[in-house]
Design a protein around this ligand. Structure first.
Ligand code: SAM
Length: 207
C-alpha cells in the first residue's frame, strides 16, 4: 500500500492536478437559429440548431427526420388529432407538438433534458405571437418511466391524454424494458388514447 508521502502517491497526486474537469456547459451550444419549416399549408418559425451533440443527450436541439415525417402526416390528416388533448414524448425543439397546437385543444410537450426544455419553452413563447395557435401549450420535464414526473403531469391533467405522440424516439430495452414502457404509456393515456409514432432507421455516415 502506498502511503501519502511515497513517491508513487506524490506522482498520482501530481497527475491528478493535471486533469481538467469539464463542466457539462463545455458541450452545450446555444447558437440557435430562427428557422422556417413548412408542412402542407402550415408554416412554423422555430429556434433550433443545425447539428447537435450526443454528449449529455442534446439530440433534442435539432429537428429529426421522424418529426418531419410525423408533421407531414399530421398536416395532411389533422382530423386524427382535432380537438384532442395531446402529450408528446421526447419533444426536442417541440416542432411536432407545436404543429398539433394548431388543431388540438391542449398540448403538453415533454423531454428529460433541461437544456432541451429551455428551447421548447422559448419556442412555445414564440407561438403566443402567432394567430394560428389554438391550444393551451405547456412544457413539462418527463423522463420515460419516471414515476415522480408522471405523477406530477397526471396531477395537472387527471383525465390523461387522448393522443400520445413520439417522433424519432428510441426506447432502449436496457434503459426501460418494453413491458414497463407499455405500463408508462398506460399511465399517461386514457382508455381511448391513440398512439402516433414515427421512427426512422438511422445509419451513421463513415467518417
Ligand atoms: C432523436 S431526438 C427526437 C426529437 C424530436 N422528437 C424530433 O423528432 O425532432 C430524441 C429526444 O428524446 C429525448 N429523450 C431521450 N431519452 C429520453 C428519456 N429517457 N426520457 C425522456 N426524453 C428522452 C431527447 O432529449 C431528445 O429530445
Amino acid at each position: 500500500m502506498a502511503d501519502s508521502g511515497s513517491p508513487r502517491k506524490r506522482h498520482e497526486e501530481e497527475e491528478e492536478d493535471d486533469i481538467v474537469c469539464l463542466d457539462p456547459s463545455f458541450f452545450v451550444d446555444r447558437s440557435y437559429e430562427m428557422t422556417t419549416f413548412t408542412f402542407g399549408s402550415h408554416e412554423l418559425r422555430l429556434l433550433c440548431l443545425r447539428a447537435a451533440s450526443t454528449d449529455y443527450d442534446l439530440t433534442g436541439q435539432l429537428v429529426w427526420p421522424g418529426a418531419v415525417l410525423m408533421n407531414n402526416y399530421l398536416s395532411e390528416h389533422p382530423e386524427n388529432v382535432k380537438g384532442c388533448s395531446v402529450i408528446e414524448l421526447g419533444s426536442g425543439i417541440g416542432i411536432t407538438g407545436i404543429l398539433c397546437s394548431r388543431f388540438c385543444k391542449r398540448v403538453v410537450l415533454t423531454d428529460h433534458n433541461d437544456e432541451v426544455l429551455e428551447i421548447i419553452k422559448k419556442n412555445i413563447e414564440l407561438q403566443s405571437f402567432s394567430e394560428n395557435a389554438h391550444a393551451v401549450l405547456t412544457a413539462e420535464k418527463l423522463e420515460w418511466g419516471n414515476s415522480d414526473h408522471i405523477s406530477s403531469i397526471i396531477g395537472k391533467h387527471p383525465g390523461g391524454f387522448d393522443v400520445v405522440l413520439g417522433a424519432d424516439i428510441y426506447i432502449l430495452e436496457n434503459f426501460l424494458p418494453n413491458r414497463l414502457f407499455l405500463l408508462f404509456i398506460c399511465n399517461i393515456s386514457n382508455f381511448n388514447s391513440c398512439i402516433l409514432w414515427t421512427l426512422t432507421r438511422r445509419k451513421l455516415p463513415a467518417i
